[in-house]
Each structure stands twice: as C-alpha cells, then as structure tokens.
Design a protein around this ligand. Structure first.
Ligand SMILES: Cc1cc2nc3c(=O)[nH]c(=O)nc-3n(C[C@H](O)[C@H](O)[C@H](O)COP(=O)(O)O)c2cc1C
Length: 355
C-alpha cells in the first residue's frame, strides 16, 4: 500500500510538517490541484510534487467533445467556463493519461463524471479493474454546464443515494463527493454520511451567465475564482456545523490568506483551480509562505497550529448520533479520538446492538 494511504505519524518534507489528514489519508500538504484546471500538460510548469494531491479532469464512460467554443470567459474576479466535461473517455484515460500521473509520487484523485448513475458506476468498475494503485475517487455530481447528469444527480436525492451506495460497493478506495454550491446542503451531506463516503469537496463552480462582448450571444457556464471565495467559505462554514465528514474547501483559493480562511472554518485541505491559470507560482508561494509563517510561530507542524495541545473537546452527540464537530472532524469518545468515518461506524454498531 502506498505510504500516503497509510495512517501514520506526521512526516513532512521540510523541517516544518504541512501534513494534513483526511479520513484515513495523509497528504503532505493541504493544497490539491482542482479538477479540470491542471493535468499532464501543466506538469512541467507546475510540478505535481508541489501539491498534497492532484485531481484529474473529469473522466466519463465514453469520449465527450464538450461544448462548442467559446468555452472560457474571463470576467471580473474570475472565469466562467462551459467546457462541458470534455475528455477522451475512461479507456483512453487509463491507457494514455493516467500513466503520466504515475511518474510522480503525488497522490492522484480521479474525478469521475457521467450522464446517468449507471455511467458513473461503469466508469468506477473499469477504473477498479485496471488501476491497482491507491487512487482516490472524486465523484463529480456538480458540473453546472452539462444538461444531463452532474448537477441533475445532485438535485435528485434518491439517484444520488443510489450512486453513492453502489459506488461504495464497487470500491474500498477513498470516495470523495464534489458537491454543487446550489441545492439543499444539509440533505446532500446526510446522503454522503449515510453512504460512508470519506470526504466532501465544497464546492464546484456557480452557475452563471455571460454575454459575449463580440457577438452579444448569451452563454451559461460555471463561475470560479476570487469572485466565489466568500460564497464558498460560507458553505464550508455551514457544512462544518452540519456534518462530521472531512471537508475540502474549493473556491477562489489563490493565496495563504484564503487557505488559512478555509482551514480556520474546519476544512482539512483546499483545492485550487483558477489561480493556477492566473499565476502558476501560486502553490509554491503558498507553501513557502505557510512554512515561514509556522517558523515564525516556532511551530513544527501545521497540525500544531490548527490543533494546539488540549484543543480537542468532547462535543455532545447530536440527535442522530453523529457529532457536530468544530475542530476538524475528530471527536473524542471516552478518551479515544475518532474521525468522521469511525463515528459513523460506531453509530452503526450501536444501532445494530440496539435492535
Ligand atoms: C476550465 C475549468 C474546467 C473545470 N473542469 C472541471 C471538471 O472536469 N470536473 C470538476 O469536478 N470540476 C471542474 N472544474 C471546477 C474546478 O475544479 C473548481 O471546482 C472550481 O474552478 C472552483 O475552484 P477555483 O475557484 O479555485 O477555480 C473546472 C473549472 C474550470 C475553471
């Protein structure tokens, strides 16, 4: 098993450890390259080793051409994209694209998408049969610029529940769900909890409208970048109070301040997308500024900054038996510290005994 999937002690590359924990997974730092904004063509400019993990572009069952141009609009404070899940399909992903990620040690997150529940499941099965490495799956149920699938699944909770339940049956590897910014956050989180996903990514882009300056044509796409940061911070804050699941913040991260804002609100890590386009130095700058910041505080690790000794509190169980956790998604029960998944398991065992 790869080192990064093994529970273990904090190990940083530099003298200051930036390691973060997401469920049973340890990443060497809290920066993750967001889906669709980073891939093998960027590896030379922005090496994968800078990140705690890198996420692939969406992978679907069959090749998808995506929308016709124009597909990318620069707007004040960010980008509106209407790429439309363009990708060469799962088989070409396995044959041509994934091997390029394997040349690096950085953990790979495969963003899985589809136009119906069964398509997601077929993609997962094919990936499971062909990729034996310890990858992470991120189920993209939140693409705002395709008509079927994606966001439509997030809007139909029984379909989402079926998708997540079946996905859990197909793989033991970590399953993350990338949520849309719109929709009933509480219900989306509850379905995610019930189906034992390891983490939720909050959130995808925001459905937005742009008028082409040249043609006057109206286009709908997904808004990303600094313009959405405060909206997504608000969602992360709400989610933190609704679920013990580990949260990965995603929206407008482009500097140390934005990373720290997400971490302060309880996110375990962040994904960054648009900032990789606007400034390829963003991840290296954040990492060196974070290291300097911890050095000036005489701290050995990011963990010590986020969780100073003695900071874990026992928080009462909520009515459904899952803790409402402020300090990351850990909970102490009778002196033992559990992460979100353990807590759900504890709850399950308890209800079995009760019946
Ligand atoms: C050009 C572009 C392509 C994207 N493609 C995907 C995708 O394939 N799958 C996905 O889940 N998110 C996709 N996203 C959304 C990003 O992963 C991320 O959720 C979003 O951009 C918000 O983060 P940011 O503000 O840091 O860019 C894409 C975003 C952009 C700008």
């Amino acid at each position: 098993m790869d080192r990064y999937l093994m529970p273990g002690k904090l190990t940083g590359m530099s003298t200051v450890s930036l390691e973060v924990r997401i469920g049973d997974l340890f990443l060497k730092n809290p920066l993750i390259a967001a889906s669709g904004t980073y891939g093998p063509d960027s590896f030379e400019l922005i090496p994968p080793s800078l990140f705690g993990a890198v996420c692939t572009k969406a992978v679907t069952l069959n090749p998808v051409e995506g929308n016709k141009p124009p597909r990318l609009f620069e707007v004040k404070g960010g980008l509106i994209n209407r790429i439309g899940l363009q990708n060469p399909g799962v088989n070409q992903f396995i044959g041509d694209i994934y091997p390029r990620y394997c040349q690096y040690d950085t953990p790979v997150i495969i963003n899985v998408a589809g136009f119906a529940v069964n398509e997601y499941l077929k993609v997962l099965k094919i990936l499971e049969e062909n990729i034996k490495d310890s990858v992470i799956y991120e189920l993209n149920i939140s693409c705002p610029n395709v008509e079927k699938g994606g966001m439509a699944i997030a809007q139909h909770l029984p379909s989402l529940k079926r998708l997540l339940t079946k996905a859990r049956e197909i793989t033991n590897k970590p399953l993350w769900v990338k949520l849309p910014p719109q929709g009933d956050l509480n219900k989306l989180l509850k379905v995610s909890e019930e189906t034992l996903v390891e983490a939720v990514v909050i959130a995808n882009t925001y459905r937005a409208l742009v008028i082409d300056k040249e043609t006057g044509e109206i286009y709908i796409g997904g808004l990303s970048g600094p313009a959405i940061k405060h909206l997504t911070l608000n969602l992360v804050n709400q989610a933190r109070q609704l679920t013990p699941l580990p949260i990965i913040g995603c929206g407008g991260v482009g500097d140390l301040e934005s990373l720290m804002q997400y971490l302060k609100l309880g996110a375990r890590a962040v994904q960054l997308g648009t900032s990789l386009f606007s400034n390829p130095d963003t991840p290296s700058t954040i990492i060196s500024e974070l290291t300097n910041f911890l050095n000036t505080k005489n701290l050995n690790s990011l963990h010590d900054y986020l969780h100073p000794p003695g900071s874990f509190k026992v928080i009462d169980k909520r009515e459904k038996g899952v803790g409402n956790l402020q300090l990351g998604s850990q909970k102490s029960i009778k002196g033992r510290v559990f992460n979100a998944r353990n807590i759900i398991r504890v709850k399950e065992i308890k209800s079995d005994e009760d019946s």
